[in-house]
Design a protein around this ligand. Sequence first.
Ligand SMILES: Cc1cc2nc3c(=O)[nH]c(=O)nc-3n(C[C@H](O)[C@H](O)[C@H](O)COP(=O)(O)O)c2cc1C
Length: 198
Amino acid sequence: MSFLRKLFGSNKKEETMMTEKMNIGIILGSTRQGRVSPQVGEWVKGIADERGNVNYEIVDIADFELPFLGTTDGSEPGIAAWNEKLASLDGFVFIVQEYNHSITGALKNALDFAREAWNNKAAGIVSYGSTGGARAAEHLRGICGELKIADVRTHPTLSLFTDFENGTEFKPQALHLDNVNAMLDEVEAWSGALKTLR
Ligand SMILES: Cc1cc2nc3c(=O)[nH]c(=O)nc-3n(C[C@H](O)[C@H](O)[C@H](O)COP(=O)(O)O)c2cc1C
């Protein structure tokens, strides 16, 4: 770094961008009582933390107690806190569960509650359902386009039948590990690249 600085002079912004650890939020898409999403989120975080090069944190939509969009004057502290949390993140991993072939109302509401804080950031999707949550994940990809979120290709899909016991106790098959790491590789690379646009 000091050699480059001597040659080209110092660019503080770029230096900070290269040295600061990125922050990536693992967003739990379900707020349902009895939900399984925290088990899935913690499993992804465990794999992500092993990598050591990025700060990963669980972001639970339920903690923000967001009202239903447009039904209040918008002064609830959770709305500002939600935007601040998203603004502090460089990328996202959405934990997506399939509800009536789409994402949950809670996740859609939370997506609608921010705009700039989503823009020019990358995201991966880990989904689950009877068919791996694939239909919900594809709906989310359409929304990501509108919010200028670059959703990566690799997409681990978990089955309610073979990765959960009784549909409630999460016991992921070992085969998913490589896929989660490949997804995180892509999210980290694109999150770093997109920092240059913000
Ligand atoms: C209202 C509702 C609709 C659902 N619709 C689907 C569906 O269309 N496809 C599917 O695979 N699973 C469906 N499920 C099953 C959920 O994917 C499953 O209950 C999952 O555990 C929900 O995630 P959560 O426990 O984190 O909330 C539905 C569940 C609920 C409560």
